[in-house]
Structures are given as structure tokens and as C-alpha cells.
Design a protein around this ligand. Structure first.
Ligand code: F3S
Length: 99
């Protein structure tokens, strides 16, 4: 599967979810996550992210390895809220720049 990592946190540009053919994206109030059971590894979302937050699981930088489990855990909790498939206003929060 592919994984959303730290650069998304507090940015949440949502360009990624629009191109996902299997609607694998979920969100909380900080960022988006990819459901590992749905992601087909098509890679369509990877070039869409302006802050390069999305990596193939085997390619996640060492410092962001924790995001692999985080994507899975958060999607389990967020599944009831439904997938995100439409572009939203970015959060542009205070942590967005720090990533
Ligand atoms: Fe996040 Fe990038 Fe998508 S900032 S919401 S992974 S386009």
C-alpha cells in the first residue's frame, strides 16, 4: 500500500484523494490517510501532492516509518465517516511549514 506521511500534517491539500480510483482516502482534522486494504498501489496520488507526503510502504523514509501503522490505525477508526474524494480548502495550519 501507499502511505501518507508527516508533510501532510496540518497541510491537507487533498489533491491526492481526487485521483484515487479506489477511494482509499480518509481524514481527521489534521491530515489524510490511505486505507491499506483498499490501496492498489496505482501511484496516481503520488505526483499530485504538492508537499510530497505520499510514499510506497517500502519507500517510506526512516523517520516517518511510524506513519505506516498510523495510516492503518486511523483508517480503522475513521472508516465510519466515509472516504474523502473531493478537493477541500487546505488547512494551512501552523505545523504545515515545519514538515
Ligand atoms: Fe496531504 Fe498531500 Fe494529500 S498534503 S491531503 S497527501 S495532497
Amino acid at each position: 500500500a501507499h502511505v501518507v506521511t508527516a508533510p501532510c500534517d496540518d497541510c491537507r491539500y487533498t489533491d491526492c484523494c481526487v485521483v484515487c480510483p479506489v477511494e482509499a482516502f480518509y481524514q481527521d482534522d489534521r491530515m489524510l490517510y490511505i486505507h491499506p486494504s483498499y490501496c492498489d498501489d496505482c501511484e496516481a496520488c503520488v505526483p499530485e501532492c504538492p508537499v510530497e507526503a505520499i510514499y510506497a510502504e517500502h519507500d517510506v523514509p526512516v523517520r516517518w516509518q511510524g506513519y505506516i501503522q498510523l495510516n492503518a490505525d486511523r483508517c480503522k477508526v475513521l472508516e465510519d465517516k466515509g472516504q474523502i474524494t473531493i478537493k477541500q480548502e487546505p488547512l494551512n495550519g501552523p505545523h504545515c511549514e515545519e514538515n
